[in-house]
Design a protein around this ligand. Structure first.
Ligand code: IMP
Length: 433
């Protein structure tokens, strides 16, 4: 009953999409379990770049069935645009291949407006959300006033529910924030047309996954965002409104832990973050630009969803250890090793200093995380290109030493190492299972 789970071990953007793409080649089903179109996964196949926001990256492998789980929030306009885009690129995204949980929640244009206006009003306490309406949609879910995807089965009921939701949001927007709202009647009509197109995609995803696992078919759960953005366990309040951790995968798919075979934590060889919040190892100036890149390459550190430059810094092993413990990772994947080529020396944060005391574990709050100073250890760098490395033995000794140090600091094996943007530029040290 193999369930493999891919989880972002940092603040998102770790390169989960390409690890999913790799492991999807040997999976039957690939499922997303949390978040919505705030996510952005880029996968390069030859000259083609696939940028996905909602549809699991596993869709690029032609044999997979992909699922959007109950833990997700769905903007139907974005989902349809993505389906159309993928279909135009020759990728089959028919209802036979893509299944949408009836228990996911809908994002309306009013959710988007609310997201933007609420974050703006926080002034210098802004979270820097993606403005995709994620928080407000999850708020409605928790308040039990959300619209579930299941209503799309009945376009009349769906239109009425969207109208009621939009009218309620309009009152909040207008009375509380003096902000106009997109027209509820027009939106409800538009959403009805989305429902008519998306209805065939609705399927009992929990039951499909259960049956697949019982039949010993391989299921891959594809995380979005990252551990440090988890609503409960991340750097609150600078987090997203869902659970991008292992527990969130089970909750957001409706499967039990007994099926788990592996939990793969994906981390970049350095640290990045978009949006606000504490970041102990953040670099500024030339050093940050060196890690971020100019934006000319698709792999440079600019948000896939918002285009914002990502904040960059050295790898933080204290946070990585935290992610290992919290998620129960069974192994690690380290991405973007090639970006470190030519940087000497390399620094890894192995502990924090706070008022003269050294801590190897995470302080309790995000506020406290903002007050720590990283304690760095130095690793030698390397100059030779690693783009052509296919096996562990192809890596220069200094690159091996860097990975060995991550293993020593986390107590976990690094089984996958990406050394370039292409599909085959991944060193695999062990197969799953
Ligand atoms: P929201 O998810 O749009 O509410 O944004 C909340 C925080 O999570 C912000 O700091 C975003 O930049 C961050 N965030 C949300 N999705 C992603 C992602 O896919 N990658 C990286 N950061 C993200």
């Amino acid at each position: 009953m193999p369930l493999d789970i891919i989880i972002g071990a940092q603040w998102g953007d770790e390169g989960k999409g390409r690890i999913t793409d790799l492991l999807a080649a040997e999976s039957d089903l690939v499922a997303r379990f949390s978040g919505g179109d705030n996510a952005g996964h880029t996968v390069s196949v030859g000259a083609q770049q696939f940028q996905l926001h909602l549809v699991p990256s596993g869709i690029i492998q032609p044999h997979t069935i992909c699922l959007l789980g109950n833990g997700m929030v769905i903007n139907p306009a974005t989902l349809l645009a993505e389906i159309d885009h993928l279909n135009r690129l020759g990728i089959d995204v028919s209802p036979a291949r893509l299944k949408l949980s009836p228990a996911a929640h809908i994002i309306t244009p009013a959710h988007r407006e609310l997201d933007g206006v609420k974050d703006l009003l926080r002034g210098d306490q802004q979270l820097g959300t993606t403005r995709r309406g994620i928080g407000p949609s999850y708020m409605d879910k928790a308040a039990r006033s959300g619209v579930r995807t299941e209503l799309m089965h009945d376009p009349d009921a769906f239109e009425a529910a969207i109208l009621a939701s939009m009218e309620a949001s309009a009152r909040v927007l207008e009375l509380l924030y003096e902000h106009s709202c997109p027209d509820p009647v027009e939106t409800a009509k538009e959403y009805r047309s989305y429902a008519e197109r998306l209805r065939p995609y609705l399927a009992n995803t929990g039951a499909i996954l259960h049956d697949a696992l019982v039949e010993n078919r391989q299921v891959l759960a594809e995380g979005a965002q990252g551990t440090l953005l988890d609503l409960d366990h991340g750097t609150y309040p600078y987090v997203t409104s869902s659970y991008p951790t292992t527990a969130g995968a089970l909750l957001g798919l409706g499967v039990g832990p007994g099926h788990i075979r592996s939990i793969i934590g994906v981390a970049k060889s350095f640290q990045t973050r978009v949006g606000e919040g504490p970041f102990p190892t953040e670099l500024s100036g030339d050093a940050a630009v060196r890690l971020r890149g100019t934006g000319d390459n698709p792999w440079d550190e600019f948000g896939t969803t918002t285009g914002r430059p990502r904040r960059c810094g050295w790898l933080d092993a204290v946070l990585l250890r935290y992610a290992v413990h919290l998620n129960g990772f069974t192994e690690l994947a380290i991405t973007k090793m090639d970006i470190l080529t030519g940087l000497k020396p390399l620094l890894i944060c192995s502990a924090y200093d706070r008022d003269g005391d050294t801590y190897e574990d995470l302080p309790v709050s995000a506020a406290a995380l903002g007050q720590v100073k990283p304690v760095y250890e130095e690793q030698p760098g390397w100059d030779e290109s690693i783009w052509g490395a296919h096996f562990w033995g192809d890596l220069p000794p200094a690159a091996q030493a860097y990975i060995n140090r991550i293993e020593a600091l986390t107590g976990l094996k690094v089984n996958l190492i990406s050394v370039g943007p292409e599909r085959d530029q991944v060193i695999r040290r062990r197969n799953l299972g």
